[in-house]
Design a protein around this ligand. Structure first.
Ligand code: PLP
Length: 355
């Protein structure tokens, strides 16, 4: 039977919520009424057969790339699906980081790829070791997939390592897919997109995680024009046209991106301070700390993590994502940047549950 579901996504939609919800991954929702937009200018239908030109230009302008390289998609979720489906044939080797965001693995399995893994080691700050990637590639490798920032740990992969991975991919004629949905949550010296590093790089992202407008479903793929067209043609199987009011609001959002980013930044930075204090005084969990990102991935030092999270939910009305969804059952993921009051009390409750 072909793989046709995502356990993580199902859990996230049906079981992740609690009064103190630390199972988030993105920043606080940005309220529509704070967006400087005159709703009289909204339209329902528009010219957007293969994307709405002003939105493609806005995305291209954000990165300094040619609009021909921009493929609109329904969030990073569909972006990842289109990118992988356009590149992979059944039986192709696809090399995916471990731990990984579940739906990336699910899509690769759905596409009947031969999935292989390379490890990000906790003792190495969850960094990618290019030597490990090199050991894993073969002439059959068609795609290498990473997230940058890494979900669940928020580890940042520097450009030098991305270049090495690009060299490895090129040596066997493979592509590198970099999911950058969290990259703009690096507020100082934000790295440029990996797309600039060479034609083997394909990048996916959206306005979801770092900007708080998930409901717009404004996602995209950056790919060389011929590959970009393959993705647009493939997307014809899934939808006739994008949702035009969403495209119009997304264009306005791009115009005011700094406003959304600064609002999110204040919450993320306040939460990170609380997290740092919490980890400094907690012996029950250990975590690699980062200066950026909206998730962290602590390890429970003693005991069973699933049982701990069950108790955290039933006795303390607090949720976090079980590490089993990232194939690391001793860990759990905590989200940063949604609501500082909730986050502080959630940490407090984790502390009490650990006692
Ligand atoms: C690494 C990664 N990629 C993609 C997504 C989905 O993004 P979107 O909401 O834009 O579809 C998520 C959501 O958690 C994610 O963590």
């Amino acid at each position: 039977m072909r793989h046709k579901h995502s356990d993580y996504m199902h859990w996230s939609k049906t079981q992740s919520r609690a009064r103190f919800n630390l199972a988030t991954s993105g920043v606080a929702p940005f309220p529509a009424h704070e967006l400087p937009v005159d709703l009289k200018n909204l339209e329902i239908n528009g010219t957007n057969d293969y994307g709405y030109a002003p939105l493609q230009q806005a995305i291209a302008g954000h990165y300094g790339v040619d609009p021909e390289c921009v493929v609109e998609s329904a969030g990073t979720s569909m972006a990842n699906h289109l990118a992988m489906a356009a590149i992979i044939e059944p039986g192709d080797e696809v090399l995916i980081e471990h731990p990984a965001y579940g739906p990336i693995l699910d899509v690769a399995q759905y596409l009947q790829a031969n999935v292989k893994r390379f490890r990000r080691a906790e003792e190495n700050g969850w960094a990618i070791d290019p030597a490990d990637v090199r050991r894993c590639v073969t002439p059959k490798t068609r795609l290498i997939v990473i997230t940058n920032l890494h979900n669940p740990t928020s580890a940042l992969t520097p450009e030098s390592v991305l270049r090495e991975i690009g060299d490895i991919a090129r040596s066997v004629g493979a592509f590198v897919l970099v999911d950058e949905v969290y990259l703009d949550a690096v507020y100082e010296e934000t790295p440029r997109t990996a797309f600039h590093l060479g034609p083997e790089f394909v990048v996916t992202s959206s306005l979801t995680k770092a900007y708080g407008v998930s409901g717009l479903r404004c996602g995209w793929i950056l790919a060389q024009p011929d590959l970009a067209w393959k993705m647009r043609r493939l997307n014809d199987l899934y939808s006739a046209t994008p949702v035009h009011p969403g495209e119009l609001l997304s264009v306005v959002t791009f115009r005011h991106l700094d406003l959304l980013r600064e609002r999110a930044r204040r919450i993320v930075e306040a939460d990170r301070k609380l997290l740092r204090d919490f980890l400094a005084h907690q012996t029950g969990v250990s975590a690699v700390e980062t200066k950026w990102g909206t998730t962290t991935f602590p390890r429970l030092v003693r005991g069973n993590t699933d049982a701990f999270l069950e108790r955290l939910r039933s006795e303390f009305d607090t949720s976090a994502v079980p590490g089993r969804f990232f194939e690391m059952p001793d860990h759990f993921r905590i989200g940063i940047g949604a609501n500082t009051e909730m986050f502080g009390e959630g940490l407090n409750r984790i502390g009490r549950a650990l006692k």
